[in-house]
Design a protein around this ligand. Structure first.
Ligand code: UDP
Length: 487
């Protein structure tokens, strides 16, 4: 009798933030299309962000589903309804949220015991997952949703603390050991790194994350070989991590429906958005969006509005609704009437990849979150970089100095998300960077480098491409190591 071997069953456990849920959903779909049975574990309020996409995939006969676990809000002292980082409105709430996330360990252990998968892919923010998988005797892969470059910088900074003898926040120092001469300042570093805060919870978590990377089966990266070859090599051979790069993950979305609903329901009708873009010339529209959690003061939003208007460029500007303050206070008087037809403001969630992929879009002002950065690279769109937090200042260096497909707006200060920033990026800075990126000879050079990267990104995920080959090698290895899996 012909007995068909069981497919590999892999459990994907993303962090509860759009910047993690989005690439993990893409990754689970990518694996499932390679014959893996994929289960995404998440909470009740996070599932709707991607359940329709999963449903469409299932209708195509692909083995993928969602397993719901309860979010321990009450146990962590959080109000009901806060299950995603984008709903957090204070630092105190943020700390409780991370406490609740750490309590997911127990329900995850229970699912693993029930399902007996062959492998656990868990977000880097769940350092305890390595031990959970070890207890069950299965490999744990870490999903680290940033660039090799950023990970290499972080490793160097933690190892050498090059700012130790530097007193000024503004004095540049070199990042030791890594390829390229990368200079940074103390002010661009996370507070947790640059200040000796004893018992800082975030610092403790950062060390646990690194430790669990070392003891795991390996690290999955949303990147591709040709994008940052020197840092792939450095991270693998000098830092010594086993990694597989399988990106750009966004390229697994092939139809307009999947692309426009990626991550959340868009606050603008996709057809309306495309019609607006269709009416514009090639490379003439400037797109502005700062990811899923960043926010600005009314004064900073006002400065952006003035800068955009004075730059004379057509634009799509995504503004997140953060609280119930008078929403329009930040807009200069008569702004929308004056710029009708020239500028489009999306309040809420934009279909970002749909917009970036449109030929009318010629520039992107981004906070350098890794997903946005890679989506821009994949679409061949040059960037104005405005890092704010996390590892975004490192990604900015990759974009502006290594790849040279972007221009910095002049942001200087790393700030904790939710905390007020000291410095305002002025209207003049914004006009200068937008104009430099959109018009003139330098703009053309940047655009041609960006177009070359777009081609490389597409090739990487095709049959035989570097990311496709890494994915195949990973799955072959897992199959070989799984007693119940295919041989
Ligand atoms: N995103 C989107 N529409 C929005 C805001 C964000 O589609 O209005 C998506 C964006 O395409 C990216 C993700 O949300 O995939 C944000 O991830 P990133 O790493 O750029 O930033 P984060 O939100 O984690 O700071």
């Amino acid at each position: 009798m012909d007995s068909k071997p069981h497919p590999l069953h892999i459990l994907f456990c993303p962090h509860l933030a759009h910047g993690h849920l989005i690439p993990t959903t893409d990754m689970a779909r990518l694996f499932a299309r390679q014959g893996v049975k994929a289960t995404i574990v998440t909470t009740q309020l996070n599932a709707p962000f991607f359940s329709q996409i999963i449903e469409r995939e299932r209708k195509l006969g692909i083995e993928i589903d969602i397993h719901i676990i309860k979010f321990p809000s009450a146990e962590a002292g959080l109000p009901e309804g806060i299950e995603n980082i984008s709903s957090i409105t204070s630092r105190e709430m943020g700390l409780k949220f991370f406490k609740a996330v750490s309590l997911l360990q127990q329900p995850l252990e229970q699912i693993l015991e029930e399902c007996h998968p062959n492998c656990l892919v868990a977000d880097a923010m769940f350092p305890w997952a390595t031990e959970v998988a070890r207890k069950l005797g299965i490999p744990r892969l870490v999903f680290n949703g940033t660039s090799y470059f950023a990970l290499s910088v972080i490793d160097s900074l933690l190892r050498y603390e090059p700012w130790k003898n530097i007193t000024s926040d503004y004095q540049p120092f070199e990042v030791p050991g890594i390829p390229g001469k990368i200079k940074m300042t103390k002010l661009q570093q996370p507070v947790e790194l640059r200040e000796s805060i004893v018992d800082d919870k975030m610092k403790v978590l950062m060390h646990q994350v690194l430790e669990s990377e070392i003891t795991s089966y390996g690290v999955l990266m949303n990147s591709f070989q040709e994008l940052e070859p020197a840092y792939v090599e450095y991270y693998r051979n000098i830092v010594g991590r086993k990694t597989w790069h399988i990106g750009p993950l966004s390229l697994c979305n092939r139809n307009t429906e999947d692309i426009s609903q990626r991550g959340n329901a868009a606050s603008i009708d996709a057809v309306e958005c495309l019609r607006w873009l269709d009416s514009k010339k090639h490379n003439s529209v400037f797109y502005i969006c700062f990811g899923s959690v960043s926010w600005f003061s009314a004064a900073q939003l006002n400065e952006i509005a003035k800068g955009l208007e004075a730059s004379g460029q057509d634009f799509i500007w995504v503004v997140r609704k953060v609280n119930n303050e008078d929403e329009e206070e930040w807009l200069p008087e008569g702004f929308e009437e004056r710029l009708k037809g020239k500028g489009l403001i999306i309040r809420g969630w934009a279909p970002q990849v749909l917009i970036l992929d449109h030929e009318a879009v010629g520039g992107f002002m981004t906070h350098c979150g890794w997903n946005s950065t890679l989506e821009s690279i994949t679409a061949g769109v040059p960037m104005v970089t405005w890092p704010l937090s996390n590892e975004q200042f490192y990604n900015e260096k990759l974009v502006t100095e290594i790849l040279r497909v972007g221009i910095g707006v002049g942001a200087q200060e790393w700030s904790r998300w939710m905390e007020k920033r000291k410095f305002l990026v002025t209207k003049e800075n914004i006009i200068k960077a937008v104009t430099q990126l959109m018009v003139g000879e330098e703009a053309n050079d940047i655009r041609s480098r960006a177009s070359a990267l777009k081609l490389m990104a597409k090739r990487a995920v095709e049959e035989g491409g570097s990311s496709h080959s890494d994915l195949k090698a990973l799955l072959d290895g897992l199959r070989l190591n799984s007693p119940g899996g295919e041989q």
